[in-house]
Design a protein around this ligand. Sequence first.
Ligand code: TMP
Ligand code: ASP
Length: 235
Amino acid sequence: MEKKELMYEGKAKIVYKTADEDKVIVKFKDVATAFDGKKKGEIKEKGLLNTAISAIFFELLEEKGIPTHYLELIAADEMLARKVEIIPIEVVVRNIAAGSLVRRLGFPEGEVMEKPILEFYYKDDALGDPLMNEYHIFGKKLATAEELKIIKKMAFDINEVLLAYLKEKGIDLVDFKLEFGRDKEGRIYLADEISPDTCRFWDSETKEVLDKDRFRKDMGKIEDAYREILARLQA
Ligand code: TMP
Ligand code: ASP
């Protein structure tokens, strides 16, 4: 399938139309940003690594009956996907305290949650992706109650699948961010990506950080961490 016009360009990905109006090509960039784009850099081969890592996760989730936008890999840094309208909500699931949970609410970093925590953020760079609750979502008509019920169930189901799978690979799934979209019939699919850009991964034994926090916090060896994640998923 060939790329047609550019449909959307985000910070980490470019979406192109294809000859099939129900399908798009998603190209993953090497550009890395953090803090709503205020910090910018490049992570060598990030496009390829995140494409391969996301494809593995999407295939796993599809196998477990979770509908995703992923269709197939068409190049090292490109996937064919279902065309969906992205719902502008970042859905975050947390198993271990880190990042803004520590900063905002004072959880001790590394504390294991008894039950996973679910949060919603409004996907709007100009506003700084603020935290919001279901009333805000309905007030802004971002999703219906029925859609949000499906999204919440999918988010917790995805967490269960990924936790079990990553445990086998010696990786702690600390937290992650999901985005969902609806197709023209209104069906909800997991969209976007699942990668070290959008998850926190810690080595289960050493607690070494194997994700984008290495870029956010200038910890070095960023590419090595992304490569290590792919290698473990492929093992
Ligand atoms: P946080 O602790 O900074 O709120 O991040 C929670 C999770 O969401 C973490 O795995 C990183 C991911 N995330 C994104 O994918 N995009 C974002 O814009 C932010 C802020 C976090
Ligand atoms: N991806 C977000 C940005 O570029 C933030 C982050 O992942 O830290 O601003």
